[in-house]
Design a protein around this ligand. Structure first.
Ligand code: ZN
Length: 69
Protein backbone atom coordinates (compact mmCIF):
# COMPACT_ATOMS: atom_id res chain seq x y z
CA UNK A 1 0.00 0.00 0.00
CA UNK A 2 1.36 3.36 -1.01
CA UNK A 3 1.70 5.81 1.82
CA UNK A 4 2.33 9.42 1.07
CA UNK A 5 2.17 10.75 4.60
CA UNK A 6 5.22 9.99 6.68
CA UNK A 7 3.44 10.95 9.86
CA UNK A 8 -0.32 10.82 9.85
CA UNK A 9 -2.07 13.42 11.95
CA UNK A 10 -3.94 12.10 14.93
CA UNK A 11 -5.89 13.07 18.02
CA UNK A 12 -3.74 13.60 21.06
CA UNK A 13 -4.21 14.78 24.61
CA UNK A 14 -2.39 18.05 24.92
CA UNK A 15 0.37 18.15 27.53
CA UNK A 16 1.49 21.75 27.23
CA UNK A 17 -0.59 24.89 26.87
CA UNK A 18 -0.56 26.00 23.25
CA UNK A 19 -2.66 27.77 20.68
CA UNK A 20 -4.73 26.43 17.84
CA UNK A 21 -2.71 26.41 14.60
CA UNK A 22 -5.61 27.69 12.53
CA UNK A 23 -4.82 31.19 11.27
CA UNK A 24 -6.91 33.83 13.04
CA UNK A 25 -7.99 31.38 15.71
CA UNK A 26 -7.15 32.70 19.15
CA UNK A 27 -8.27 29.61 21.01
CA UNK A 28 -5.90 28.41 23.70
CA UNK A 29 -5.57 24.68 24.14
CA UNK A 30 -4.98 23.69 27.74
CA UNK A 31 -3.29 20.55 29.06
CA UNK A 32 -5.74 17.68 29.19
CA UNK A 33 -7.74 18.90 26.20
CA UNK A 34 -7.86 17.04 22.92
CA UNK A 35 -6.19 18.37 19.82
CA UNK A 36 -5.64 17.15 16.26
CA UNK A 37 -1.90 17.07 15.75
CA UNK A 38 0.14 17.03 12.56
CA UNK A 39 3.58 15.63 13.51
CA UNK A 40 5.04 16.68 10.15
CA UNK A 41 4.69 20.40 10.68
CA UNK A 42 3.99 20.29 14.43
CA UNK A 43 0.61 21.92 14.01
CA UNK A 44 -2.03 21.42 16.66
CA UNK A 45 -5.66 22.21 16.01
CA UNK A 46 -8.07 22.62 18.89
CA UNK A 47 -11.15 20.57 19.49
CA UNK A 48 -13.01 23.20 21.53
CA UNK A 49 -13.03 25.65 18.60
CA UNK A 50 -13.88 22.92 16.08
CA UNK A 51 -10.71 23.24 14.03
CA UNK A 52 -9.47 19.82 15.08
CA UNK A 53 -12.58 18.23 13.61
CA UNK A 54 -12.22 20.40 10.51
CA UNK A 55 -8.57 19.37 10.06
CA UNK A 56 -9.52 15.74 10.51
CA UNK A 57 -12.22 16.02 7.84
CA UNK A 58 -9.79 17.78 5.47
CA UNK A 59 -7.21 15.08 6.01
CA UNK A 60 -9.72 12.28 5.42
CA UNK A 61 -10.96 14.00 2.26
CA UNK A 62 -7.43 14.29 0.91
CA UNK A 63 -6.74 10.67 1.64
CA UNK A 64 -9.86 9.62 -0.24
CA UNK A 65 -8.65 11.71 -3.19
CA UNK A 66 -5.32 9.93 -3.02
CA UNK A 67 -6.91 6.53 -3.16
CA UNK A 68 -8.76 7.40 -6.35
CA UNK A 69 -5.55 7.73 -8.30
ZN1 ZN B 1 -9.08 26.84 16.34
Amino acid sequence: MRRRFKADPKWITVRHPTRCAEPNCQTHINPGERGFYYPGDKSLYGSRCGHGEKAERDFAAHRIDEDTY
